[in-house]
Every structure is written in structure tokens, then in C-alpha cells.
Design a protein around this ligand. Structure first.
Ligand SMILES: N[C@@H](CCC(=O)N[C@@H](CS)C(=O)NCC(=O)O)C(=O)O
Length: 208
């Protein structure tokens, strides 16, 4: 049995929950709740699993711990069936990783930086260093990221091409986090809005 240490409802954990559903792996995974709002992820026991102090973390039967959603998604995608989320050919894999990283750095992580630096974030017991200016700048970066991704899905059905992949999952989680942090999707980004409606209908996402 694989164990996922996470906190249900948070955006990065959502990435892995979507990947598990897409791959039909729900029967092979159990979830271990980490009390992130209480700061459990910054305690010694959790830091031994992931020194970055962040969820999700995948724990294998042999005790190996794998952090970072891209790495966990790679593992899950190769565990069973075709690697549909991370690509089968060198070209597809490269494009999916490139687009995933653009969505991650340009949207999801930018929203996270705004949330942790320019809002109360997870509270003073966790947000021990805040730089408001960098937080506000990151909000602008997140909106620029939305604009870029809107152009992308104006030209092709999904973020990395013609199929739903890990890059779509990262983008969806970025928009989820933007809602939570109260960064509105600008009204004129009609392509990204339509894409979001479409991917939200996937069982992996509608069942979140
Ligand atoms: N790059 C990491 C990001 C993980 C991350 O930041 N997770 C958030 C939850 S959405 C977290 O644990 N935050 C706790 C904190 O910032 O104190 C990944 O891909 O897994």
C-alpha cells in the first residue's frame, strides 16, 4: 500500500489526488493526514519525511519518501498502464515538463508566494518571515501567468497539447490556490475559463 501524507483541500495535495484518480490507483493508496494549519509539517517527525516541510509526500512500502508533486506524479504515472500524465516519447515528456514548470513557477508558486508573504497566510506561528513587496509582486506574476496560459489554451485544447497531462493538473491547482488567495481570474481570459470548465468535468477533478 502506498501512503500519501497530505492535507485534504490544499492545492498541492490536490495535484496528487487528481493524478491518483486519473491513473485509477485509489485502491492502492491510503492517506495520512498531516495537520498543516497546526504546523505539524514543521515538526521534526515530518521534516524527517520531507526537509522542505511541505505536503504532499509519498511513502513507499520500503520506507522511501518522495516529495515534490512532479516527482510523485512521475512515480504514479509509471506504476501502472501507459504514462499518460507525463508523456511516452522524448518529445512529449519534454513539452509536458516545460509546460508544467511554466504553470508551476508562473502561476501556482507565484500565488503561493503572494499568499504566504502578502496575506496572513497560514498564521503567525507558521509565517515567521514575510516580505510584503515580494508577495505583491508575485500577485502580478500570477496574473501574468494566467494571461500566458490563456493564450496557450486559446491555441490548443490542453496546456501541453492535445491531451490532458500533468501540466493541466498543475494549472488547475494554481487556479484553485488563486481562488483561495482571492486572486481573481481576469474576465477577459475566456480561453482559460473555458478550459477550466472543461477539465472540471473530469471525474478526477469533480470528485475532489
Ligand atoms: N513544490 C512542492 C510544493 C508543496 C507545498 O508548498 N505544499 C503546501 C500545501 S499546498 C504546504 O505544505 N505548505 C506549508 C507551508 O508553506 O508552510 C510540491 O510540488 O509538492
Amino acid at each position: 500500500m502506498l501512503r500519501i501524507h497530505d492535507y485534504k483541500g490544499f492545492p498541492n495535495p490536490a495535484r496528487i489526488r487528481i493524478a491518483i484518480q486519473e491513473k485509477g490507483l485509489h485502491d492502492r493508496v491510503s492517506f495520512v493526514a498531516v495537520d498543516v494549519p497546526a504546523g505539524e509539517h514543521k515538526g521534526a517527525a515530518f521534516l524527517a519525511r520531507n526537509p522542505a516541510g511541505a505536503v504532499p509526500v509519498l511513502e513507499l512500502d520500503d520506507g522511501t519518501h518522495i516529495a515534490e508533486c512532479t516527482a510523485i506524479t512521475e512515480f504514479l504515472d509509471h506504476l501502472t498502464g501507459e504514462p499518460v500524465l507525463t508523456g511516452g516519447t522524448a518529445r512529449d515528456r519534454a513539452i509536458i515538463h516545460m509546460m508544467q514548470r511554466r504553470a508551476e513557477a508562473g502561476l501556482l508558486d507565484a500565488v503561493a508566494t503572494y499568499f504566504h508573504h502578502a496575506t496572513p497566510g497560514l498564521g503567525p506561528h507558521i509565517e515567521t518571515y514575510q516580505c510584503r513587496e515580494w508577495g505583491e509582486k508575485s500577485r502580478e506574476r500570477a496574473v501574468a501567468g494566467m494571461r500566458y496560459l490563456d493564450q496557450v489554451v486559446g491555441q490548443q485544447p490542453y496546456i501541453a497539447g492535445n491531451r490532458f497531462t500533468m501540466a493541466d493538473i498543475t494549472t488547475f491547482a494554481g487556479l484553485l490556490f488563486a481562488d483561495f488567495a482571492k486572486i481573481d481570474l481576469p474576465a477577459d481570459l475566456v480561453h482559460l475559463k473555458a478550459w477550466r470548465v472543461r477539465v472540471s468535468e473530469r471525474p478526477s477533478i469533480s470528485s475532489l
